[in-house]
Write a protein that binds this ligand. Structure first.
Ligand code: GTP
Ligand code: MN
Ligand code: MN
Length: 366
């Protein structure tokens, strides 16, 4: 046993946006367990429970060394009774019995398989399970009506569940840049999402597009999509137009964390390099790509909002609201005390308005 005096104690801020979380995780045994329970809660529409597990996992990710004893966790924020029980189980037995039984459960397995289809969320998966559908075979033979996204998702299931590499993200980035250059000179493309945080793989590739002259970006998305389509790069696309100006509830107070930018959910057809050609001789693969267009005046907020991680974003908004009486969205920052919008042209300025130390993308992996 380790004596009290020998264990390293940690001091960690309670908001994830006050912490530096790199990809270097010293407690993956614990964060894997907590993340799986978070995912299971989300798949069952238990959002509160999901956030609690996500916060606990994020806290463990931010610790500078491996935890070996429960006594090291004394005084740490974000660790509820349930999370502590899971951590204790892993530390003492190597695994959490709750995680193991969840992984084995028929419902969890089915939810994972079904929500692995692009276009299928937890609600749809739950309905199908109640109708006796647990896997793709059963879904294909069920006679269920699938929408366009789901049909495409089912068709490209294996490709879309294969992690996207940084090299593939860069190859798609070049295509997107070419598309944007062809339809409006001077447009800029920024890689956001997990790849901007330095991740080596992702479930999709996220891009933000803008133009240095305000207003020039209007109507850009349909042109970019049309170009990509004409060149045969798209297997699927659904564009939703910008609804920021028409909205009545105020830009900085969105009803959900969904923003109102012109946005395109797509599936790209990416030609493989010689090295990646598989035994099947398929020379291309399907990759999920998100495209978002932002006016330059909102670009800094959009970059911040689309870089993630999801928990880091959630914590930034919570910090802004609870600690600063401000409302942060991917469009703007509103100061409720001064009753005015705060303009910014860089992420650094936004952190400064929020009274937070600047955290670079590579340290937002909460
Ligand atoms: P992987 O793609 O799984 O590798 O991780 P990721 O961090 O890139 O996740 P994802 O592509 O799902 O999202 C990237 C960032 O965009 C995250 O910070 C999300 O919170 C954010 N995001 C995703 N969808 C929306 C949306 O509709 N509105 C806004 N404002 N942000 C979004
Ligand atoms: Mn992503
Ligand atoms: Mn995305």
């Amino acid at each position: 046993q380790i004596s009290e005096a020998e264990v390293a104690l940690f001091s960690v801020s309670s908001y994830a946006c006050q912490r530096r979380t790199t990809l270097d995780n010293h407690n993956s045994n614990l964060t894997d367990a907590l993340s799986l329970l978070a995912e299971n809660a989300e798949l069952n529409n238990e959002d509160g429970r999901g956030v609690a597990f996500r916060r606990a996992a994020a806290l463990m990710k931010a610790l500078p060394t491996q935890v070996i004893s429960m006594s090291q966790l004394r005084g740490l924020p974000c660790l509820g009774e349930h999370s502590l029980r899971v951590i204790k189980d892993v530390l003492e037995n190597g695994v959490s019995s709750e995680v193991e039984s969840t992984k084995q459960s028929k419902r969890y397995k089915a939810l994972k398989i079904l929500t692995g289809i692009f276009g299928v969320g937890a609600k749809t998966a739950d309905r199908w399970i109640r109708e006796g559908i647990y896997n793709l075979e059963q879904l294909r033979h069920s006679g269920q009506t699938l929408n366009r996204a789901q049909k495409s998702g089912l068709e490209h299931y294996d490709d879309l569940n294969e992690p996207v590499t940084k090299a593939e993200a860069d190859a798609i980035g070049e295509i997107v840049q070419k598309a944007v250059d062809s339809v409006l000179t001077g447009s800029q493309v920024a890689l956001t999402g997990g790849f901007r945080r330095g991740k080596l793989t992702g479930h999709d590739v996220d891009f933000l597009i803008t133009h240095p002259e305000e207003g020039k970006e209007v109507g850009l998305m349909p042109k970019v999509v049309a170009w990509l389509e004409s060149q045969g790069f798209l297997l699927y696309q659904k564009t939703t137009r910008n609804s920021y100006l028409e909205s009545k509830d105020g830009p900085a107070r969105p009803a959900s964390n969904m923003d109102r930018f012109e946005r395109c959910f797509s599936i790209f057809k990416l030609t493989k390099g010689k090295e990646q050609e598989t035994a099947s001789h398929k020379i291309w693969r399907a990759v999920r790509v998100d495209l978002v267009v932002s006016p330059i005046s909102q670009f800094a907020f959009a970059v911040l909002g689309w870089t993630g991680s999801k928990l880091f974003e959630r914590e930034l908004r919570r910090w802004a609201g609870h600690e600063k009486n401000m409302s942060l969205s991917s469009h703007a920052l509103f100061d409720n005390t001064q009753n005015k919008y705060l303009r910014a042209t860089s992420e650094e300025e936004i952190f400064a308005y929020l009274g937070l130390e600047y955290i670079p993308p590579s340290e937002r992996n909460a």
